[in-house]
Structure formats: C-alpha cells, structure tokens
Design a protein around this ligand. Structure first.
Ligand code: SF4
Length: 513
C-alpha cells in the first residue's frame, strides 16, 4: 500500500484522554513505547497530546502540518447536543466544522460491531463551554456533538486521511456532567474505541475501485418501487405491500418512512384496503384470497417472473411434469410452485434430479427461478437433459437479463480485483449469487447493505476493490460506498462495462397516469 508517509497520528487533547487511548491500544502503551507496526502500515501509531482548547489546538495544528505522518485520528471527549445521546456514546464525525471525514460510516460500523454505541454526525468546535440555550441552538443547526479542539487539528491533516471520535461526556439531560462523572464513562468508551481506531489506521491507503457495469437496479425493481410510490401518491397512506416489495432493506426502509406498510400475509391487511404484490410474484391462491377479501390489488410482479408463471401453466395444461430449478423458500419459487402445485417439483441440485420421479418420463419440462447463478442452473439443467433427453425447456431463458448481465460484469471485475464488495441485502438472491460468482472466480467477496458493513480488516493490504450492486440495491448505496472508501486515502474509480441495458417495463393501469 502507498500513500502513507509516516506513522498514524492519534491526537488526544487532554492528558487523561491520551492515557485512555494509549491503554486501549493493543499491546498496552501507545506513543513512544516500542510496538510493532500495524498490519498494512509501516509504523506503529503515535499518540500525541495536543492540549485543551482551540488556542492550543491551533498551535499544535501548526506544528503537525510541518511534520510527516500517515493518517490522523482525533480522539477525545465531547458534549452531546441532541436529546437522544447518552453519556458514553461515541460520535464519529462526518464533518468537523468545515472538514469532511468521509470514512465516518466505516468507522462507526466497526465500532458498533465491537459492541460500542456509535453514531455518525456533524461535530462543531467552539472556543468556550456550551450551556443550555446554546446547546439547543447548535442541535437545531444539525450539529450532533461539540468540542474545543477537533476542527483546527483536522484541518492540519491536509490531504491525509482524517477521522474524529468523540466520546460523549455530557448531554442536554446531563449538562456538564463533564470530566468528573460523565467523563469517566466517556473515557472508558474512548479506551474501548482505541483498537478500532488502530484498525482504521491500518485500513488507510491508496486504492483503486473497479465498478462493474451493469450493476444496481433492474427494470423490474424500478417498476416495483415506482408502483408503490405512485400508489402512495394516488391512494394515500397506508398502502399495504405483501412481502418486501424488493429484497433490499434500504428500499423497504425508505418506502416505510413514506407510508408503505409491509406485511407477511394478506390476513394482516384490512378488508377493502389497497395492497401491492411484490416484484417476486404470488401464487394463484394469494390472488384468490385477495379477491375474497375485496382487496384493491396492484400487481408489481416483474413481467419476467410472470412469464415463468405463464410457462408453468402452459406446460402443466399440456400434461408435463415440471422440474422447477430454484431455491426452496424463496418467494418467487413459492409463487411459481403455486401455479401448478400437483405437477411441479422443486429441484435444487443434480442429486435432486436423480431423485426426481415424474408421472411420465417422456413428458418432462423444466423452468428456472429468474435470479439463479447461470453456471449452477446450467449444471442442474444439464443433469435433467442427461436423464430425460426429451426434456422441454422454456423458449427463452428464465434467468433474467439483469441477473445474467450482473454476473458477467462482476466476473470481469473480479478477475482484476483483490476483493469484491457486493451491495445488496442478505435475502436478495441475485446479490448472493454475485458473491458466489466472485468466489468461484477465486476472488474474495462480501455482501454489504451499505458502507457501514465494510469490515476494516477486509481492506488491509487490498489495493484494487471491485464494486457492484445486486438488482435490488439502490445506486445511491454504491455512491455512498465509494465516498466512504475515499476517506481512507487517495481513490481512483473506473468502470468496466460489459453490456448496457435499456429495458423498461410499463406500469399497471391502477397507477398509470
Ligand atoms: S432481477 Fe430480473 S426477474 Fe427480478 S425484478 Fe429484476 S428483471 Fe425482474
């Protein structure tokens, strides 16, 4: 790794703060004590006591800007400005006055995984102790925490990676608990945070991000989200949605905040209410229940899933036994199985094919879940063709264009990357398949909902990061991940486009203008 020109510098204003940090660092003492270098760095971290207040901080900032160091972490106690903070909480600065600390989401996520209560937010540096009305005023301006040193120190970092952790010693409910009582809890939190600060320092360095293209939303997901948005506009809150509209926690959280109510089954929807069926489709039994309950249905099933349902009905009507290649329990599979439950058998592996007993070996057909691994599905289909040479298959691929394109694209970036990050939720089939595609290509890969899920030790020693997003993950998450990584050091971003997509699906009449 390059881009480091000296030891990681941990600035702690007060002697007790510096002592807490040193004690928390792995191996006991920081500063001038003999310690080994961090993995991925050339130097052990140095803890520098910078002094209390803005004047001393500014003086130290001048000295720091003249010396060589790799990355800067500022650690100390601070005043909590909002009523939802508690003494001992950690605030990781996204902005410190006018200085941006882009890696804050990574650091906060790592602190939370270490069991520490960490929040990200804006930190303001002032030259005097803050009391009642002024505290409320700063909170109203969007500041989360106040201190008396961070901004001049952070400004001295210049182009070096910089981060700030402030442990809350007083809050609006416990004003000026200060360094005596609230301060003890804050110092304990600082000490506990020190090993995480060390991991952050080890993760800093110069990197390249290779974006896979295409990535993120497909036409079916865009359509499903737009249907819920338009339903909310047209029919008002609440609009019920059976199951997650698409498998992504960010999308579901956003729509929930706008008035969508996600339910597992229709018995949670009041009679006569409006309900949206998710992009994954539903079985005829669910449609029948909605009709019985007089629900106003808006169907957001992806047209490419509907195509598989139609194939299931057609093959079953022609007397075929259907092998549905897919994953047990996935909503799409449950919906497709429901089209012809007496004629359809789920096969997940070549072993399932061996155990498959159709009514008539001469009348067998197979269908696929739309979001499978192209390679794995081909193996199972191959086993079916071998056992039933006359097996019928759909006229066009069931694995959809978006799934296929994203797998091809991520394979291309995996070949050039040390590590691949896949934005997507754990229940998103196509996102999980992207991780597996990289792993089959020999490149480690991790599924993350957002930047906060990136574990810092994944990054130590990694120079090239491949980045993609499943078909249900918003493009904004990719931007957020790039922004967070840029806070760890110089970052170049380039894209490998294997194909472009222009598919759009029309909206159902209930939400069409
Ligand atoms: S992944 Fe494919 S099947 Fe699923 S919603 Fe997107 S386009 Fe439709």
């Amino acid at each position: 790794m390059t881009g480091k020109t000296g030891p990681p510098l941990i600035c702690a204003p007060l002697r007790i703060e510096a002592r807490a940090v040193r004690r928390g660092l792995r191996g006991g003492l920081g500063g001038s004590s003999p310690r080994g270098a961090l993995p991925g760095t050339d130097h052990p971290p140095e803890v520098l006591r910078t002094g209390y207040g803005t004047t001393r901080a500014a003086r130290q900032a001048g000295a720091i800007s003249q010396r060589s160091f790799g990355q800067m972490m500022i650690m100390g106690v601070g005043g909590g400005l909002t009523t939802d903070l508690s003494v001992g909480d950690l605030v990781v600065g996204t902005e410190v006055g006018s200085v941006t600390c882009a890696s804050a989401p990574l650091l906060a996520g790592e602190l939370r995984r270490a069991g520490l209560p960490a929040r990200t937010g804006r930190i303001i540096t002032v030259d005097h102790l803050i009391r009642g009305p002024e505290r409320a005023k700063l909170a109203a301006e969007g500041w989360l925490c106040v201190d008396m040193e961070s901004e001049p120190l952070a400004a001295a970092a210049g182009d070096h990676p910089v981060a700030v952790i402030r442990a809350v010693s007083d809050t609006p409910h416990r004003p000026l608990a200060g360094i005596v009582s609230g301060g003890l809890a804050a110092l304990r939190a600082l000490r506990a945070a020190a090993p995480v600060a060390e991991r952050w320092a080890a993760a800093c360095g110069t990197r390249q991000v290779l974006l896979a293209g295409p990535r993120s939303f497909c036409a079916g997901v865009e359509r499903a989200i737009e249907i819920v948005e338009r339903a909310l506009e047209r029919y008002g809150e609440p609009v019920y949605v059976r199951k997650q509209i698409v498998h992504n926690t960010r999308v579901v959280g956003d729509l929930t905040s706008r008035g969508a109510v996600f339910v597992d089954e229709l018995d949670q929807v009041p009679n006569g209410a409006t309900v949206v069926f998710s992009a994954h489709g539903v079985s005829p039994a669910v449609r029948d229940e909605a009709t019985r309950r007089s629900l106003a249905v808006i169907d957001a099933t992806c047209p490419l899933v509907s195509k598989v349902h139609a194939e299931a009905r057609r093959f079953a009507a022609d007397g075929y036994t259907l092998a549905l290649i897919g994953h047990a329990g996935h909503e799409e599979v449950e919906g497709t199985l429901g089209e012809a439950p007496d004629s359809t058998v789920l096969v997940q592996t070549a072993e399932d094919v061996a155990a498959f007993r159709p009514r008539d070996g001469e009348r067998v057909a197979y269908l696929m879940q739309t979001t499978l691994s192209v390679d794995e599905a081909a193996e199972v289909a191959g086993a079916l063709r071998e056992r039933f040479p006359g097996v019928r298959s759909p006229s066009s691929d069931d694995i959809c264009y978006a799934t296929t394109n994203r797998q091809v694209a991520v394979r291309a970036v995996a070949a050039e990357s040390d590590l691949v990050l896949v934005a997507g939720s754990a229940n998103s089939s196509n996102s999980v398949r992207l991780v597996e595609t990289c792993e089959r290509a020999g490149t480690p890969a991790h599924l993350i909902d957002g930047a906060e899920d990136i574990q810092l030790d994944w990054l130590a020693g990694v120079s090239v990061i491949g980045l993609t997003a499943g078909a249900s993950a918003p493009p904004a998450v990719v931007e957020e991940i790039i922004s967070a990584l840029s806070g760890l050091g110089p970052l170049s971003v380039s894209e490998r486009i294997t194909t472009t997509e222009s598919i759009r699906f029309g909206l159902p009449k209930e939400v069409r203008h």
